[in-house]
Design a protein around this ligand. Structure first.
Ligand code: ATP
Ligand code: ZN
Length: 213
């Protein structure tokens, strides 16, 4: 039987360019950016699916895709049953708590019984539980950073890389709760033939990464 591995990548976003570039450097050719959902490699037994990042862990858990590249933040938040195969070293960011710039920060206990807006209720909830803080978590899917200015929350918990988005919304980062980078995830069970292809791919990925360091 001739196996083909299916790899789920973010269609367009902060993971996409580096993901496409990596496969290119691994010598695996495929078309992307054509608007198609699927692309078959011309020189490696792989098929690529282009999806929203949030959907990738679910597709891998269900076995629709064998592998996926996704932010660790999304992998943890979606809590799907997938395994982390490799850390990719790109799309590094952190999930942080931020409050209005003019306010003083005396520590996480300050958020006791306060309202916090986030797209990461699970990660935030786990962190607060570990700190013994009870807060009202308001899940919103986007534009989290405007929540304090419209009176929805006293604090936010959002993805930060440079901090410029926070700054332009009058917020300051006060506590990092999670550090993330892109990871390669895989299904918990896989056939031997597909595992052999994954090993081959992983060998190339590691060689590309080693050449950069
Ligand atoms: P989609 O349309 O696929 O749902 P999205 O808007 O949810 O995309 P992106 O903003 O493209 O997601 O971010 C994808 C992932 O990239 C995040 O989950 C995170 O792991 C990482 N990331 C987010 N912001 C940054 C950043 N500023 N710098 C580097 N990596 C980031
Ligand atoms: Zn997303």
């Amino acid at each position: 039987m001739n196996s083909v591995i299916r790899i789920a990548l973010q269609k367009s976003g902060r993971l996409s360019e580096d993901s496409y570039q990596l496969f290119k450097e691994c010598g695996i050719r495929f078309d992307y950016g054509t608007g198609k959902l699927k692309s078959v490699s011309s020189n490696f037994p792989a098929e690529f699916l282009f999806l929203r990042d949030d959907d990738i862990p679910g597709y891998v858990e269900d076995g629709v895709a064998d592998l996926g590249i996704v932010g660790e933040n999304v992998a943890v938040e979606t809590a799907r049953n997938v395994r982390t195969i490799h850390k990719m070293g790109f799309s590094k960011c952190r999930l942080s708590i931020a409050i209005p710039r003019g306010e003083t920060w005396s520590g996480i206990q300050q958020l006791q019984h306060k309202n916090i807006a986030t797209s990461y209720p699970r990660l935030l909830g786990n962190y607060l539980a570990g700190e013994g803080v009870q807060a009202n978590i308001h899940e919103i899917s986007g534009s989290v950073e405007i929540a304090p200015s419209i009176g929805l929350a006293e604090a936010v918990c959002d993805i930060v890389s440079s901090g410029s988005t926070l700054l332009s919304n009058g917020l300051k980062e006060v506590e990092v709760i999670f550090r993330s980078e892109a990871i390669l995830v895989g299904a918990q069970t896989i056939s031997d033939e597909k595992q052999a292809l994954i090993d081959k791919l992983l060998f190339r990925i590691k060689a590309v990464q080693a050449a950069k360091n």
